[in-house]
Design a protein around this ligand. Structure first.
Ligand SMILES: [Zn+2]
Length: 88
């Protein structure tokens, strides 16, 4: 069923893509990036919207300074965890 969509995923992915090179992390491989992505999403509240209805609007809401700071904190904390316990 594709009726709802978690726009937090796209918001975290966008910010992670932008910040990845600057992130303090022991390893910058794709596996560690996906670990940080998954951990960050677990730390953040999902933000569901009905598919094909105002995705961009909801995403814009997640791009406020406050929302970006919250997401970036989750990414930074997750990078610390992955650095301490790399899965490979
Ligand atoms: Zn790695």
């Amino acid at each position: 069923m594709n009726a709802v969509h978690n726009v937090m995923e796209a918001a975290v992915k966008d910010l992670l893509d932008k910040q990845w090179e600057n992130l303090l992390i022991s390893c910058h491989c794709e596996t560690c990036r996906l670990d940080v992505y998954a951990l960050s999403l677990n730390r953040l509240k999902p933000h569901y919207v009905r598919a094909q209805s105002g995705n961009m609007y909801a995403k814009a809401n997640l791009m406020t300074t406050q929302a970006r700071a919250t997401i970036l904190t989750a990414i930074t904390e997750s990078a610390k965890v992955v650095s301490a316990y790399p899965h490979h």
